[in-house]
Design a protein around this ligand. Structure first.
Ligand code: FES
Length: 159
């Protein structure tokens, strides 16, 4: 699958998944999750196919894909760092950590580095508020992030 999802496979994928969700009320979210589970992201090219399959507008599908942070519109990097942006982590210096993390990893929040090594994504509370600022690195929680932790994370993802 290419990064823009420009492939006949995409149409086949939607044809296969949509009937599982089309008749349910609120079928859009589970269908989007199913697409992302299968190919790792929801390509822009999937939006009109999903809209047609569920008989809803493209704007509605696009709105949901862009509203929920869980949906990726491009393929993820080989490593994924999710940094908590919720209130408790912000109160513990999260904004400065985010700036330092972006600088050290060489990627903006919400983006994947040009070489595909790492994606930096926001997450909103990991349930570890008392020991923030926190992140998930390839699904593994990392608490009390400071400059040393950023170095370790960067080394771990080859940045
Ligand atoms: S606010 Fe960051 S873990 Fe809860």
């Amino acid at each position: 699958m290419t990064s823009d999802g420009d492939t006949g496979d995409l149409s086949g994928l939607i044809d296969r998944l949509a009937p599982l969700h089309a008749r349910k009320r609120g079928g859009l979210l589970p269908l989007l999750h199913a697409v992302q589970e299968e190919i790792g992201f929801v390509p822009d090219a999937a939006v009109p196919l999903i809209a047609e399959a569920l008989n809803i507008s493209r704007a509605e599908v696009h709105g949901v894909v862009t509203f929920y942070h869980d949906f990726r519109r491009t393929p993820a990097g080989r490593h994924v760092v999710k940094l908590c942006r919720a209130e408790s982590c912000q109160a513990r210096g999260g904004a400065a950590i985010e700036k330092a993390m972006q600088r050290r990893l060489g990627v903006a929040m919400g983006a994947t580095r040009g070489d595909g090594a790492v994606s930096l994504e926001p997450v909103y509370c990991l349930g570890l508020c008392a020991i923030g600022p926190n992140a998930l690195v390839d699904g593994r929680p990392v608490a009390r992030i400071d400059a040393g932790a950023i170095e370790r994370i960067a080394a771990g993802v080859g940045a």
